[in-house]
Design a protein around this ligand. Sequence first.
Ligand SMILES: [Mn+2]
Length: 217
Amino acid sequence: MPGPSGSGNGRRGRALRAKERRMPRKARIRRRTTETDVSVELELDGAGSYRITTGLPFFDHMLAQLAKHGLFNLALRAKGDLEVDAHHTMEDVGLALGEAFAQALGNRARIRRYGQAVVPMDDALGWVAVDLSGRPYLAYRADGLTGKIGEFDSVLLKEFFRAFATALKANLHIGIPYGENTHHMAEAVFKAAGRALDAAASLDLRVKGIPSTKGKL
Ligand SMILES: [Mn+2]
């Protein structure tokens, strides 16, 4: 039963939903180099479904958190030169995924632009603040997350997020103030990233055009 006004209800809400149906916010990216081959299909207004294969099971598990908790639909496949090491694959997945978000956002009209989330996972806390500003920057404060998580080298997470922020043209701040278990520390941050990106990318009926006094993001 639609209400007379308010978020998502009423005539304006129906008009916006109709517009969304005509123009679903989605992207398809294929990024191929001599080192990696990455394909991404992304729907911003999804349900958190995912199909992810990077050859790095822990990274797959992290990207699944981002999709699930950001309510994005994400299909991602990467074939990288893992015999060298995971660096190229992590970086190129970051670039391709950032590019997919950028493409799906279009001109960034009517989005909330900012998003933030603080997510606990047992002993660990992760926080993410994002501004879909059109300007790339990563601030990464996770000194406590070092070493291996199983077979996975945790320093590569910073490379992923740097590449992601660069391709998305977003100001991305990430922190892990504390934690005992490195798996939990990384997972808290990916869940927070999903929630913060969802908030920033979501549409706000009150926003007219581009949410910047510059008129461009
Ligand atoms: Mn886990």
